[in-house]
Design a protein around this ligand. Sequence first.
Ligand SMILES: [Ca+2]
Ligand SMILES: [Ca+2]
Length: 233
Amino acid sequence: MMIVIFHAHKYLGRIINWMIFAGNLLVLPVLVNAQELAPIEVRLPYPMFVGTPQDFDVPNLESPLGSSRPSFLAPVGTKNVALEKYVESTDNEPIVGEMELVNDGDNEAYDGSFVELGPGRQHITIDLEDTYEIYAILIWHFHKKARVYKDVIVQISDDPDFVIGVETLFNNDHDNSSGEGVGKDLHYVETHEGKLIDCRGLHGQYVRLYSNGNTSNDLNHYIEVEVHAIPVK
Ligand SMILES: [Ca+2]
Ligand SMILES: [Ca+2]
């Protein structure tokens, strides 16, 4: 009996120590995660039209904010890591421009600033060359005139083939016509502010963007894509 009590006390001490240790573990991540935040740096292009027209025949159209987009906060050191990285496309021979235009740092709407991909569903994949903690993706499809692009889907993965570990961060394909699942996100009118997608610090090396034509034609365009991220520690 004495032996049992002795052992119970011995284990009680261990249990208390473990509870203190576990308590610290619960507190520590909160302290570690309290990173200093700052607005990400986004240089906006010259606006080609005023206001955000809403006369488009598409379902689930986002209402314009009526003011400029608020600053987006991310950990200090977050920057565009997509600049001049390799971009692959389902259309190897763009109708207009080259794939390099997707991430050459120029987001202006002028002629010569966009790449035009063939009709229907197309996607591009940016290889960031390493796994990053991604906070925001910014997309400018085309903003010379107001348009809505269809089946905009944004995914990140560490798998270049997007078979395993795929995170879908945005999907406005309401009828699953692009086959990546029904998307609940809203259609939006392209403006000079581009579309900012909150990526919540998820990890990935590859960023894939789908589209399936737009309200003016069935072609696909990219002026610029930015991926604001920090290296994974
Ligand atoms: Ca560009
Ligand atoms: Ca669709």
